[in-house]
Ligand binder design. Sequence first.
Ligand code: U5P
Length: 235
Amino acid sequence: MEKQGLLYEGKAKKIYATNEQDVLWVAYKNEATAFNGEKKAEIEGKAKLNNQISSLLFSMLHEKGIQTHFVKQLSDYEQAVKQVEIVPLEVVVRNATAGSLAKRIGVEEGIRFENPIVELYYKDDALGDPLILDEHAIFLQAATQEEIDSLKAQALQINKVLSSFFKERDIFLVDFKLEFGRTSQGDIILADEISPDTCRFWDVHTNEKLDKDVFRRDLGGLTEAYEKILQRIGG
Ligand code: U5P
């Protein structure tokens, strides 16, 4: 497979066309951003860590019967994915209070929910990705009700698989963000990445944060935390 022209550059990845139909070439970047791009840094080694972690997790989800865009890892920092039309919604699953939710409803972090909560955020940098209702997503033509039902059901299924996978590795999956895409056949499948950039991971014994909160809150070295995640998942 050959890499062709750059199609899109986001905060964390560059996407290229390839000579294969419906296959894209993704190159992870070392740039770390937080607070809608207000805080930025170049962190050597981050691209490699996220690509490896996300590739391992997408392969594991595939083995568990979850359809994803992941095709294969191409290099330390690159992977091939199926071309999809990204649904402009961030789907957040929460197993405990943390981050923006703890702040919004005025509670401490780390209170576990009996049942996971799924939230939708509208992907729009200018608006700062606001939390929205299903009805708003439908009004904005981001997705149909049927698509929203499908992506929420998939998000809960993915949460079950990921939570137990990480629990076996002494990590509590506090919350995470997913993105979905439409295939040319009209199916909604898991896309984007799953990495310490997009999840909150807490060590079950020490409560040590092993995710991007280390960068957001200046708690220590980002690559050291991400390396611990990679090691625990067998990378
Ligand atoms: N998250 C992202 N990207 C975003 C916003 C949130 O990946 O643009 C992830 C966080 O890493 C966290 C979860 O795991 O979604 C909930 O974030 P927050 O709403 O508590 O900030």
